[in-house]
Design a protein around this ligand. Structure first.
Ligand SMILES: [Mn+2]
Length: 346
């Protein structure tokens, strides 16, 4: 079943769905540009953009009628026979909402239904995510040869990013995290001007977008011989990460997968140093559902792709996070991240 038909299963007869966020427009139509809206009814698929994108829309949005005149959207909405417009409450400004309301149709929040099919990736999507992650692995091997004491976090991050761009990435999944020394205690410490020193932990958390799909991985390395405490923390995080990876499978509760990692970190006495969830799904966007979080009541399904990334962060000392990307199949799982996980000493 195609993606629009899958969405139609959650629509009533007298409903049309208006999609306004780029990731969802891309998912349902294939159109990659900003400045577009799509409307899906039981029998129609319409894409509204402007003349800058007409040719591109025809090439990318197969099966959609393309409209590129300023008034087209207004006319189309007025002409809809259905009474209800389902919209993305997570991707509509108040001003856009007011304009939509003026058409006099009933408006129904529909973000959850629109996003739901994206949780289960099809085989083409799985291939693309695996390819993006492969490029991440290659970038990590590359940067290991270039990271050294005396260089700044920003230098390392930019070389990592350039490598991914040079090898086909269209963009980064998110701002590259390169956090060294005491900065590695910041789970999202983006690269700064700090110079990497002997004895530093260096956490690299990065990803690229390749063919529309994100990668995500984290490794923490150490500059020179690690201290006892560094070894201890690394070991706990690695055990927690492996335990969660073993828990991840089709039918498992997301909260249990989180607990598989959290329990090990708590038992080692670092429960207060692991504040975030164990993982999240990845796809067109870097953060998708379901999440491996203590509060989640979701069950993992075949076609989910989730990160497993526990960490320990100690203010004034440093931190460790190890992250792999795992694909869930009916009968097994596949770890898409192939980089080694033993503590790498530079
Ligand atoms: Mn992540």
């Amino acid at each position: 079943m195609n993606r629009c038909d899958r969405l139609r299963q959650s629509m009533m007869e007298d409903e049309a769905v208006l999609i306004t966020s780029c990731p969802n427009i891309f998912y349902y139509s294939g159109f990659t540009s900003e400045d577009a809206k799509i409307v899906i009814t039981k029998s129609q698929q319409m894409l509204f953009t402007d003349s800058r994108y007409t040719i591109q829309a025809r090439l990318e949005a197969k099966g959609f009628d393309i409209y590129d005149k300023a008034d087209d959207f207004k006319k189309a909405i007025k002409g809809l026979e259905c009474k209800i417009i389902c919209f993305e409450e997570e991707a509509l400004s108040v001003a856009q909402y007011e304009k939509l309301k003026a058409f006099g149709k009933e408006l129904k929040p529909f973000s959850k239904e629109i996003k739901k099919p994206r949780e289960t990736k099809d085989s083409a999507e799985l291939r693309k995510i695996a390819e993006a992650e492969r490029l991440g692995d290659e970038a990590f091997s590359y940067i290991l040869k270039h990271i050294s004491v005396g260089r700044t976090e920003k230098e390392i991050a930019s070389e990592l990013e350039f490598f991914m761009r040079k090898n086909g990435a269209s963009a980064l999944s998110f701002e590259t995290i390169c956090a060294s020394g005491v900065r590695s205690a910041m789970p999202h410490g983006t690269a700064s001007d700090k110079v990497i020193k002997k004895g530093d932990f260096v956490t690299l958390d990065f990803g690229c977008i390749l063919d529309g799909y994100c990668s995500d991985m984290t490794r923490t390395i150490v500059m020179g011989t690690p201290s006892q405490k560094q070894k201890e923390i690394y070991d706990v995080v690695l055990k927690a990460q492996i335990s969660a990876i073993n828990a991840v499978k089709c039918g498992a509760r997301c909260a249990d997968c989180d607990m598989a990692a959290r329990k090990i970190i708590e038992d080692a006495g670092y429960g207060n140093n692991f504040g975030h969830g164990t993982g999240h799904s990845v796809g067109i966007e870097i953060h998708e559902s379901p999440n491996l979080s203590p509060k989640s009541d979701a069950i993992l399904q075949a076609g989910n792709v989730v990160t497993v990334e526990p960490g320990i962060y100690i203010d004034g000392f440093g931190g460790v996070r190890i992250e792999d990307l795992v694909q869930i199949n009916d009968q097994n799982t596949e770890n898409l991240t192939k980089s080694v996980k033993d503590l790498i000493i530079i």
